[in-house]
Design a protein around this ligand. Structure first.
Ligand code: PLP
Length: 426
């Protein structure tokens, strides 16, 4: 039988670089042909051969309700009939802004944009504009989208700043970006001692989902807050992934830390292109048209995307939503752990709300360097073993996983059984 995924991949590669519109989709890390998805419903999607998968990427985070939730579909259908985009303000933008602010108390004002990249890039510009400072701190393994100044990895020492991780980013553009090791308190102290007075902001994924799933320790997160306050730098929580995913109040709620600026995306759009950044009124009023920091977007606050986001937020704010989601994710993680233990596989796993990660190590890693020592071949065997058995996890070992409200106990049990079979074969 011809594999339609193969046929489509060949066709795609002729017209789209690498056959994909975002690199990790290409299965380059794990090998094989990416699955071309034709439809999705609830916890599942179906590829071009009509094979069904239990979906643990959920569009890389947004689909917290599962695919095609009836209330969301209805809201989007209604919005589409009213018009796709106006380029003029709408009441729905206010409603979404109010809904976000009600759930994220650190934010007094919010600006809507279309992607996490755009939100992080704009928050960075705002932090620099509001403080009048140039330098920023980011952490190795945290991803904040692909704005030039954030595509950077650690240099040889704290004094040298980082190196671009992409061609096309001149070293001059990242010369004010200081890249530190996640959870390394000594390095954090040293960086602030050296550069604190010239830092505009420290940007962090406080529960990181782009080096698999790694938490900032409570002490580390607390010290980030204290040092920023002490030195007049803004603390920026990138909650594009964790916002409304690890809990109703994001990673800041889990950690009990109030950032200055918050960057949101994914869940707030419910699967449509929508992201946001926000913070205290005095900082947000630095943005155009009120202030000198320019920021704009043709499709920002799009009426269909805001309808989708608003309907999604209404569902997740219902009492008990995160308790149920968290318990389900924990049962998945516990089941995977015991399946691995039964087969004598070194394994560790963690979760918060509907986000999880697992590692082929005995202990949970604390930083990117450790995550990247994962045995690639072994991870790839696990990935393809699960894929063959109809379980779709992220096709790279440095990505987190996502459970939705639509995953049933049977889905979780089937996933654990598939993992048990794969672990046995290792
Ligand atoms: N920030 C974080 C923490 C992310 O996980 C991502 C995307 O995965 C981004 C920013 C960029 O968002 P987008 O892909 O919507 O541009």
């Amino acid at each position: 039988m011809t594999d339609r995924n193969d046929t489509l991949f060949e066709r795609a590669r002729a017209v789209i670089p690498g056959g994909v519109n975002s690199p990790v989709r290409a299965f380059k890390a794990v090998g094989g042909t990416p699955r071309f998805i034709q439809r999705a419903q609830g916890a599942y999607f179906w590829d071009a051969n009509d094979k069904r998968y239990i979906d643990y990427i959920g569009s890389w985070g947004p689909m917290i309700l599962g695919h095609g939730h009836p209330a969301v579909v209805e809201a989007v259908q209604k919005a589409v009939l009213e018009g796709f985009s106006y380029g003029a303000p709408t009441e729905r933008e206010i409603e979404l802004a109010e809904a976000i602010l009600a759930l994220v108390p650190s934010m007094e004002m919010v600006r809507l944009v279309s992607s996490g990249t755009e939100a992080a890039m704009s928050a960075l510009r705002l932090a620099r504009g509001a403080t009048g400072r140039k330098y920023i701190i980011k952490f190795e393994g945290c991803y904040h989208g692909h704005a030039d100044a954030l595509l950077v990895k650690a240099g040889s020492g704290l004094a040298t700043f980082g190196n671009p991780t992409s061609a096309g980013v001149p070293p001059e553009v990242v010369q004010h970006t200081l890249v530190l090791e996640y959870n390394n308190l000594a390095q954090l102290e040293e960086a602030f001692a050296l550069h604190g007075h010239e830092l505009a902001c420290l940007m962090i994924e406080a529960i990181a989902g782009n080096m698999n799933f790694v938490r900032a320790t409570p002490a580390f997160a607390k010290r980030c807050r204290e040092l920023c306050t002490q030195h007049g730098a803004l603390l920026v929580f990138d909650e594009v992934m964790t916002g409304f995913r690890v809990g109703l109040h994001g990673a800041q709620g889990v950690l009990g830390i109030t950032p200055d600026l918050t960057v949101l995306g994914k869940v707030i759009g419910g699967g449509m292109p929508l992201a946001a950044f926000g913070g205290p009124r005095a900082i947000m009023e630095q943005l155009a048209p009120l202030g000198p920091v320019y920021q704009a977007g043709t499709l920002s606050g799009n009426p269909v995307a805001t309808a989708c986001g608003l309907a999604t937020l209404k569902e997740i704010a219902k009492p008990g939503f995160y308790e149920a989601l968290g318990a389900k994710t924990q049962s998945l993680v516990a089941g995977l752990k015991s399946a691995a233990a039964a087969e004598g596989i070194p394994f560790s796993a963690d979760s918060e709300g509907g986000m999880f990660g697992f590692f082929l190590f005995d202990q949970l890693p604390q930083n990117y360097a450790k995550v990247m020592t994962t045995d690639n071949a072994k991870f790839n065997t696990v990935f393809h073993g699960l894929l063959d058995r109809g379980v779709y996890i992220a096709p790279a070992l440095y990505e987190a996983g996502f459970v939705s409200a639509a995953h049933s106990e049977e889905d979780i049990a089937a996933t654990i059984e598939a993992a048990r079979q794969v672990f046995k074969s290792l």
